[in-house]
Write a protein that binds this ligand. Structure first.
Ligand SMILES: Cc1cc2nc3c(=O)[nH]c(=O)nc-3n(C[C@H](O)[C@H](O)[C@H](O)COP(=O)(O)OP(=O)(O)OC[C@H]3O[C@@H](n4cnc5c(N)ncnc54)[C@H](O)[C@@H]3O)c2cc1C
Length: 426
């Protein structure tokens, strides 16, 4: 661990989700004084609370692509079981949606997916480094994942798309998969094939973020202001001098906004409007009753767009992309969709009646790439926000990339950030 250096600057980090906390960790390791501010009373109370828990390198793909406009049309017409549009007349959704459509070419899809994959691989490596340095325990393992297909054509298309650089993925037929992991018999009759990945990990993002906050409190000078909503900034000479809150000002030399879906509202007063839309997702968590019936690795059911992960003695099942503005309340019909999936495949293996349902807002950009960089008009303000469906996967890597930029070092990987005229990015 670095000693606090005299050269360290005072950083304020807005957001105590997984992105804000990994950023605080990297800043502290580089000798800076860090204050983390969050409106919630505890870390990981937003989108980082109950996600699928997969460090999903194999899922690092932009949602925008040639097939997406048809899928979105299906969602508008109410015909897509996993994509829902509940606030069609939201002007922010239209602004976001038009940018999303511009990214739907094959070329843009390939470029964005490549950037997301590189950042995701880096994120997994950085998470493992962080884990070694801190010894944190968060129901993690690095044994990979399955990607399962109930549609033969989609399976073959995925296998065909694997390039020489994708050695971490082994395609297997349905019978090979069930031989390898007997619990996958739960999908017998519908499974057409899948990939076994060795480049994915899993872990409880909420446990990790909480444990990291405690570790930072015990081992560094990072301080935390919970229950503190940031309402504005005091500016002078083109720089933010202090963060304003109802209980007073917090002075800073540098500011990192890592506020997930709260980011655009915060930066609006600085004249900057990042395209981050809240895409609601749902999770259900069940106590496991019969361990032998739970697949050994986490998996993504690519046909039903559901992700399933064992976290200790719990099974976490997630899915659905709903465009409903900032309303994060879980709707009963969406929760029932997940319960129905679990009832079809895992009845008797988990306690269905004791399900704990949750909904969270993915901070999603049109391309899928997060904003990582510095505001051109206010150079002491940095953004690390908009990690969408892959925030847990990318967080530790994105934090390191941001801190390299802060230090004036060309980050590796580079060219992973969303680009914007107002952002000096990585
Ligand atoms: C159902 C579901 C499943 C998912 N599964 C996965 C997965 O398997 N793998 C993966 O990689 N990712 C997954 N994700 C995505 C991942 O959870 C998110 O990308 C990630 O949690 C975003 O982290 P964050 O720190 O940017 O945002 P958050 O965790 O939302 O943190 C932002 C924080 O900023 C605070 N804040 C906002 N505005 C203010 C303000 N004005 N003042 C003070 N504080 C403020 C909020 O209170 C919040 O705590 C999933 C998401 C969902 C919804």
């Amino acid at each position: 661990m670095h000693d606090q250096q005299d050269s360290g600057q005072r950083f304020a980090v807005i957001g105590a989700g997984v992105v804000g906390l990994t950023t605080a960790y990297h800043l502290a390791m580089r000798g800076h004084q860090v204050t983390v501010i969050d409106q919630a009373e505890a870390p990981a109370s937003g989108c980082s609370y109950a996600n699928a828990g997969i460090i999903a390198v194999g899922h690092a793909e932009s949602w925008a692509g040639p097939a997406a406009p048809r899928q979105m049309l299906g969602a508008v017409l109410g015909r897509a079981p996993s994509v829902k549009i509940s606030k069609l007349l939201d002007p922010d959704l239209w602004r976001w949606g038009l940018a999303f459509l511009r990214h739907c070419t094959a070329r843009a899809h390939a470029t964005h997916s490549d950037a997301m994959a590189r950042l995701s691989r880096h994120g997994r490596r950085m998470l493992q480094d962080l884990e070694q340095a801190t010894g944190l325990d968060f129901d993690q393992d690095h044994d990979g994942a399955y990607y399962l297909y109930g549609d033969r054509a989609a399976y073959h298309a995925r296998v065909k798309s694997l390039s020489d650089g994708d050695q971490g993925f082994v395609p297997l037929s349905a019978s090979e998969l069930t031989q390898r992991d007997p619990a996958l018999r739960a999908f017998e009759g519908t499974l057409r094939g899948g990939l076994v990945s060795s480049v994915d990990s899993k872990g409880d993002c909420h446990r990790f973020t909480q444990a990291l906050a405690e570790w930072l409190q015990q081992n560094t000078t990072v301080t935390f202001c919970y229950g503190t909503s940031v309402t504005g900034f005091r500016r002078a000479e083109g720089r933010v001098q202090a963060v304003q809150t109802p209980s007073g000002e917090i002075a800073c030399d540098q500011l990192v906004v890592a506020a997930g879906t709260g980011t655009p509202a915060l930066t609006a007063s600085l004249g900057v409007r990042p395209l981050i839309y809240p895409v609601k997702g749902y999770s259900a968590t069940y106590t496991i009753l019969d361990d032998s019936r739970i697949p050994q690795r986490p998996f993504v059911d690519e046909t039903n767009l559901v992700a399933v992960t064992r976290l200790g003695d719990r099974l976490r099942v997630t899915g659905i992309a709903e465009f409903a503005g900032h309303d994060s309340s879980p709707r009963a019909d969406r929760a029932a969709h997940l319960d129905g999936y679990v009832a079809r495949h895992f009845t008797g293996a988990v306690d269905l009646d004791g399900a704990r349902h949750w909904a969270g807002l993915r901070p999603s950009t049109p391309s899928g790439r997060p904003y990582i960089g510095q505001l051109r008009n206010t150079p002491n303000v940095w953004l690390n926000a908009g990690h969408g469906q892959l925030g847990w996967t990318m967080a530790a890597g994105a934090a390191q990339v941001l801190c390299d930029l802060v230090d004036g070092v060309r980050p590796a990987p580079s060219d992973v950030s969303e680009t914007a005229s107002w952002l000096k990015s990585a």
